[in-house]
Each structure stands twice: as C-alpha cells, then as structure tokens.
Design a protein around this ligand. Sequence first.
Ligand code: NCD
Ligand code: ZN
Length: 333
Amino acid sequence: MSIEINSPLDMHLHLRQDKMLKVVAPLSAKYFAGGLIMPNLIPPITSLEMVKEYKKEILESIDEEFVPYMTLFFKDSYDEEFLKSIKDEVLAIKLYPSGITTNSEGGANLQDLTSLYPVLKLMSELQIPLCVHGESEGFVMDREKEFVEVYENLAKTFPKLKIIMEHITTKNSVELLDKFENLYATITLHHLLITLDDVAGGFLKPHLFCKPIAKRPEDRAALLEVALKAHPKVMFGSDSAPHPLHAKESCGCAAGVFTAPIALQALAQLFEKKGYLENLESFVSLNAQKIYNITPIEKRIKLIKKEFKVPEKYGDVVPMFAGKTLSWSISEE
Ligand code: NCD
Ligand code: ZN
C-alpha cells in the first residue's frame, strides 16, 4: 500500500538557531515543501532585519528546496509603518501570552485585551493573520479552556482578522471552529495520539511533555474527529519543538515534543488505521493552502506501508517514537 502527497506543509514549526538549526532544518526540508517558522528565539523575532537574517540562516542550513514561511513575535507596540514594512516578509504574527511557554517572556499582557486592539486592528486592515498560543495562567489542565473567552473576544471584535488557534488540545477549542468564521486551528501529531496518561500516568515521559500539555481522552477524540475528516478549518502544524537531551531529561524538563522527521510516517499510520488515508493530503497540505492563501512548491512525497525504525536520536535530540518501529515510511526512490 502507498500514497502520494503533494507538497506537505508544517504550519507550526520550531527550527531554533545555530547548531540545533543545522540538525533539525534539513529534516523538515527533506520531506516538507514548507513550514510556518515560529519566532520564539532568544531574543524573539521583532524586526524586519531579524526576519530576513533568520530566513537567510534557515536557507543556509538546508540543501533541499523548502520554503520557510516566516512569522513575527507579536508586540502591542508595533505601528502602521512597521507593519506595512514587514507585511510581504511574514505570513503571520504570533501572539504569546507573556511567560506561557518556551522563550515567551516579553509576550503580550492579556489582563487588558484592549491594549492589543490597535495592533490587531492594523493587522486586520493589512490582512496579516494572527497565530495565537491560547493558554491562560490558570490550572494547567484548564489553561486552554479558560482561553476560549479570549478567542471569542478577538474573533468578535475583529471579524475580518484571520485567527489561527495554534496546537489546539481540547474539545472546547474544536467547538469554536464552527462558531466563528474567522477562527482556524493547527493540530499536532502528538495531540492526536497521546493523552495526559501517556505523559504522566505511569513513568514520567519527558519527551512527551509539551505546552499545551496533552489532555483527556474525550479531547483527543474531538481533535481526531476534525483531523481525520480534514475539517477545512484545521491544518497540520507539528509544533515540533526540539530541545537537547540534557534539557529534557533533567529536573526542570523543557516543554516540547520533537516530531518533524517522523510526523508524516506516523500520520500515515494513524490515518490508515482509522480508515481516512484519503484525507491525509488535505490535512497536511490543501487546507493550509486555502487558509493561508499560499501556493507551495511542488514536492511529491510517496508514503509506503513499510516498516521504519525511528532513530534513538537526531544529533542531540530524542524524537517521538525513538527506537520504535512505525508501519509507514517515506520512499526514497
Ligand atoms: C515550544 C518550544 O519549545 O518552543 N514548546 C512546546 O512545548 N510546544 C513552544 C510552544 O509552541 O509552546
Ligand atoms: Zn510551538
């Protein structure tokens, strides 16, 4: 059995910098046509020069053709002139509540949402999509649920602004998709596969620890329902977030699951098992093309039902399914 996917896209990807970038960027570039590159570097990407410099650094790290769709780190201080100047260089602006996840210090203060309105109004007028890390500062299992009111507020206040709820993990977030025309979502591989039980129900699994944390079986079921059916408002975003081994296997484990090199194979395995293989191309490419209005480069990927032993490590990073065997692989022919 096999399936061809044209131009897979990963619409939420952390490529990091320096040594890590050199290890992980080629792995995404090998099988994906493009990816939406997250701006949470140290310091975060907040200027046109930084966007250009980072893009150059990414392109210098890869040999294959791959389009890094760049993003900017949201600041409520951006003005019209600045936003006009970056409009053609970025595909979206990413909003992080301050301190909510890896390298998000300096993010937005959500106590007073109106403080974000001037920039959001400009983004809406300039048609720059807003990507959001949607978590409150509440109890960890309730953070995304508590953020629903923020999404509702933003969706209602800016009906013309495209808002992408990043890496959704709950049934509540899924329900928002059909309530507001301007809300969209990315879904990761790991949130389609695991629940909190897999992270902390037995031995603690640091390599499955991420933000937002995996939730309940009913939440996973709701995510699966829209992903497998390739609901037109959802698209694949791996949130592949590499951290060196010592930062994961430590007291004070960094958040992030590294999935980029195994994502397509594991998605094929999942979609086949559930009987929805024919929807995989929409989930990993066509939906994103429509939502973001992009035409990716041609890249035909042939997935075949043949065992793939996942390496224990890529450089210094442990991938999801390290050392395990997946039933699908990517044809190198
Ligand atoms: C991401 C990272 O490490 O940059 N971590 C994560 O757990 N997903 C940041 C993020 O997307 O929240
Ligand atoms: Zn992320």
